[in-house]
Design a protein around this ligand. Structure first.
Ligand code: ATP
Length: 367
């Protein structure tokens, strides 16, 4: 069974630690995404796994082979690790045509792999371009060629670094779908780097969320989205509304209503997060709802709030509402409504909150 295991890996550039105590595995046939902001160490981790960067601490096992181990000094070169690599710039050989690019790592004595290449060329719709040179291809076609080149030698593990970042938005969705389908058809274990949460959600069986050189959560896309382990993971999925409060009688009172908590203790200071897509607004019957007053905070559920701005962003509308906040400046809360929902600026809307999109964490200076 081919899987990759990264065990207790740490890495420094000079005296600066860039990866700390990283341990995870990619199981046979799994697509695992390393997700994290720019500079958190994703590419470095991929390069160490590939053997392009020397391992400093920890161990890497591919299949049954220890390919790198700091304590024993084992460090197999990239070509002996059985990894397929694809970088964001595709790195195609400009002087080789499409077929020769794809067959580069396939020996002439591997007729079955040559046949695989022919079949893959037809399936991926680049057969027509087999004799073309890379610079004459579109970005999407170059991406397919790079993917096939990485897969052609039948690697034990495929490592992909931001494989869709060079494509425009309209092309990206279809290329992702096609790529996932070929990865699942070939059954290759894949470790992919991305900073795009939507991409990770679409591609991954499991997502490893990274921050500042550390792994902060390992879970399925649903687990990561529905049960984020920390505010840092939550923040990664885009803007989030943050409210501060305290627990009293198992409840957290906020200007947007009361929320129950079973995990936090009475008296705890709490950071409460609400995703913009978890706030549903309504324009109807505005006047039948009373305006929130300071003494209502934490009590009323049927309040109306002032619309500060409303913008159509394509398939969603971004609406900002002002929430009275005791003696301080009003809180600006963002809601994302599906489709075209553009209430007038200065108008009033009522608010309904999806409890599944509310997250509470004990307040901490690290949040
Ligand atoms: P991005 O998404 O922007 O590519 P990343 O998460 O892949 O970011 P890395 O490229 O792994 O992050 O970089 C991690 C940190 O290590 C960064 O601060 C980067 O500047 C630094 N770094 C990367 N390569 C080197 C190097 N060869 N020498 C010194 N520092 C480096």
């Amino acid at each position: 069974m081919t899987r990759i295991i990264i065990d207790n890996l740490s890495h420094k550039f000079g005296s600066t630690p860039v990866l700390q105590d990283i341990s995870f595995f990619v199981d046979e046939g799994e697509v695992v995404c390393l997700l994290g902001p720019s500079g958190c160490g994703k590419t470095t981790l991929l390069r160490i796994a590939a053997g392009l960067e020397r391992l400093q601490q920890g161990k890497i096992i591919i299949g049954k082979t220890v390919v790198a181990e700091a304590s024993s000094g084992i460090n197999l070169p990239p070509e002996n690790r059985g990894v397929g690599l694809m970088f964001q710039d595709y790195s195609l050989f400009p002087h080789l045509n499409v077929r020769d690019n794809i067959c580069f790592g396939v020996g002439a004595g591997s007729p079955d792999r040559q046949a695989w290449v022919d079949n893959a060329l037809s399936l991926m719709d680049v057969k027509f371009h087999a004799e073309s040179f890379p610079h004459t291809l579109s970005g999407g076609q170059q991406q397919r060629v790079a993917l096939l080149r990485a897969l052609a030698p039948k690697p034990r593990i495929l490592l992909l670094d931001e494989p869709f970042s060079g494509l425009d938005v309209t092309r990206r969705a279809s290329v992702r779908k096609e790529t996932l389908s070929i990865l699942k058809d070939t059954g290759v274990s894949t470790l992919m780097v991305t900073h795009d949460p939507e991409e990770a959600m679409f591609m991954a069986d499991r997502i490893l969320v990274m921050r500042e050189g550390r792994m902060i959560q390992d879970g399925t896309p649903t687990e990561i989205y529905a049960h984020p382990a920390s505010p840092a993971v939550l923040n990664f999925f885009g803007t989030i509304n943050t409210l501060s409060s305290n627990v009293a009688d198992g409840q957290v009172a906020t200007p947007l209503g009361n929320f129950e908590t079973t995990d936090l203790c009475n008296g705890d200071a709490v950071e409460l997060f609400i995703r913009p897509e978890g706030i549903q607004l309504e324009e109807d019957g505005l006047n039948s709802f009373k305006t929130v007053e300071e003494e209502d905070i934490g009590k009323s559920t049927k309040q109306s709030f002032e619309v500060v701005s409303a913008q159509l962003l394509g398939n969603v509308s971004l609406v900002v509402i002002a929430i009275p906040n005791r003696n301080k400046e009003p809180l600006m809360i963002e809601a994302r409504m599906p489709g075209n929902f553009l209430p007038d600026k200065g108008g009033r809307v009522t608010v309904k909150i999806d409890p599944n999109q509310v997250f509470m964490f004990k307040a901490s200076k690290d949040n």
